[in-house]
Design a protein around this ligand. Structure first.
Ligand code: ZN
Length: 273
């Protein structure tokens, strides 16, 4: 209200000055407005979406598992219609990415550019990079050289390499990420509820054109990701289970040692959305 009053008062003063013909020095040329860099990614989505209390509880629960591997997710639908999860180790999580001194954190589904990318489970959209601006070849080269020099891929670099993304929160600390998209589905907005199979974007190669069009699909679990730290056999089992029968509503986290799965099933009453 004070601002409105001040503005109104200033208008009156200006009006009086005009009416009385007070001589005024010409206004100095306005300094050029600072040009904001083009948006390239949504900031931390948790800052945009008020966290659902039950999701926070889920995350807290997963956090209590400490350093035990959390690898149980079931009932995901393939994010590309009719696709089966790849078996080529290079397309799976935890595969080395020496070009950037890092590891792969997702599952790559080969697909033509423009192929619809679909929600692998019901959930809520927590991030959309509708305005993603790809980096130039030079910027990408510089960032990769820096990663190699550091001996790891800095998070900002990794995030930009993932290109245009949509993230969906499935509850229980599970978030699926759809990366390298060429476009985001029209009308889709942060906070929207999505159904399994709903088209959320189109396959592309944003963020890392050299990789060619494919869907980079990540399943984040708590602070980690599905497949992290697993050897080939266990990884194959975990991925088969992720896309096997069951609903994500029944998904949970469990230690590879077993037993925790039952604990999770006993959570009850707080089905992820
Ligand atoms: Zn990938």
């Amino acid at each position: 209200m004070r601002l409105v009053i001040t503005v109104a008062w200033l208008s009156v003063v200006a009006g009086c000055a005009a009416l009385t013909g007070v001589a005024r020095a010409p206004a100095p040329a306005a300094a050029p407005a600072a040009v904001a860099p083009p948006p390239r990614a949504t900031p931390d989505p948790r800052a945009l979406v008020p966290p659902d209390r039950s999701l926070e509880l889920d995350r807290a629960f997963i956090g209590r598992l400490g350093d035990r591997p959390i690898q149980v997710v079931r009932g995901l639908a393939p994010p590309i219609e009719g696709a089966t999860p790849p078996t080529d180790p290079l397309l799976l999580p935890y595969s080395p990415r020496t070009y950037r001194a890092g590891v792969h954190e997702g599952i790559d589904f080969p697909a033509r550019a423009g192929t619809p990318a679909r929600a692998a489970a019901p959930g809520y959209v927590v991030r959309i990079d509708r305005d993603f601006t790809d980096w130039t070849a030079g910027e990408l080269r510089t960032a990769i050289a820096e990663a190699v020099r550091l001996g790891y891929t800095p998070p900002d670099t990794l995030d930009r390499i993932r290109g245009r993304q949509v993230w969906i929160d499935q509850g229980r600390g599970v978030v699926t990420r759809y990366a390298h998209l060429s476009a985001v589905a029209a009308g889709l907005a942060v906070g929207d509820a999505v159904a399994v199979g709903q088209v959320i974007g189109a396959v592309g190669s944003s963020g890392f054109p050299e990789g060619g069009p494919h869907l980079h699909f990540e399943v984040r679990i708590g602070e980690g990701y599905l497949g992290s730290g697993l050897g080939a056999d266990e990884l194959a089992r975990v991925i088969a289970r992720a896309f096997g029968p069951g609903r994500l509503a029944e998904a949970g986290a469990a230690g590879a040692q077993g037993g925790l799965e039952d604990d999770l099933d006993g959570l009850g009453g707080d089905r992820p959305r």
